[in-house]
Ligand binder design. Structure first.
Ligand code: HEC
Length: 198
């Protein structure tokens, strides 16, 4: 995993979007599971102990924000990843909840897209250098495979976060129900009550 490579996880200590109590850790520290940690506003003082538990939760949350925001995956895949797209003008994205991709394959698909199938490539260098199966845009043109432009390109670190989010909340998780909906959002939001009334 990206544990020791990602040297600057920014913990949103306030736990809310745009809260921006940002703190830097020198590196992620693996600690045994089950260590409960209060991620409070006073966190800055004890960073060396910043636990994986909260760092992981934070990464998943950051991935969720990328899914809905910068990457705008939900336009085609739906907010729940089940293929009920948010933007009717967009192509029909796959049902990611039924996807059987591994994390590695997922990262590859996000970076390199699916040429000819309207899944955009989010890596800025995709099909520029040889990182996507050695193919270039000229190769795709020759093969008659059209490549969809992404709403924004994503850095490697962002793709990793998206993958963390998708593996934790979406890929292979099956259809949503009330409980999964609440877990997905982290709270009982209106959309869960509306879609899954008692
Ligand atoms: C412009 C529409 C669009 C956007 C935006 C989009 N996708 Fe897709 N995605 C698709 C389509 C279309 C497919 C392929 C459907 C098919 O042919 O099976 C696909 C397929 C995939 C697959 C392959 C699933 C499988 O099991 O084969 C993954 C994973 C995926 N998308 C993830 C993402 C992620 C993550 C994002 C955001 C970073 C994203 N997509 C943004 C349209 C989109």
């Amino acid at each position: 995993m990206l544990a020791s490579r990602d040297t600057e996880p920014s913990l949103d200590a306030a736990g809310k979007e745009g809260g921006h109590v940002r703190v830097r850790t020198s590196r992620w520290v693996r600690v045994s599971a089950g260590v409960a940690v209060a991620v409070g506003v006073g966190l800055a003082g004890y960073l060396p102990a910043a636990p994986v538990a909260s760092a992981q939760t934070d990464t998943v949350a950051a991935g969720g924000r990328l899914y809905r925001g910068k990457g705008d995956c939900q336009a085609c895949h739906g907010w729940a990843g089940d293929g009920r797209k948010m933007n009717l003008q967009m192509p029909d994205g796959a049902n990611l909840r039924e996807s059987t991709l591994t994390r590695e394959q997922l990262v590859f698909v996000i970076k390199c897209g699916l040429p000819g199938r309207q899944m955009p490539a989010y890596d800025r260098r995709a099909y520029v250098d040889d990182r996507c199966l050695g193919r270039t845009r000229a190769d795709l043109d020759r093969m008659g495979l059209q490549l969809f432009d992404p709403p924004a390109t994503l850095q490697n670190r962002e793709v990793e976060r998206l993958a963390d989010f998708l593996m934790a909340k979406v890929i292979g998780q099956g259809p949503l129900n009330r409980q999964k909906c609440i877990d997905f959002w982290g709270e009982e939001v209106a959309v869960c009550r509306n879609e899954f009334p008692d």
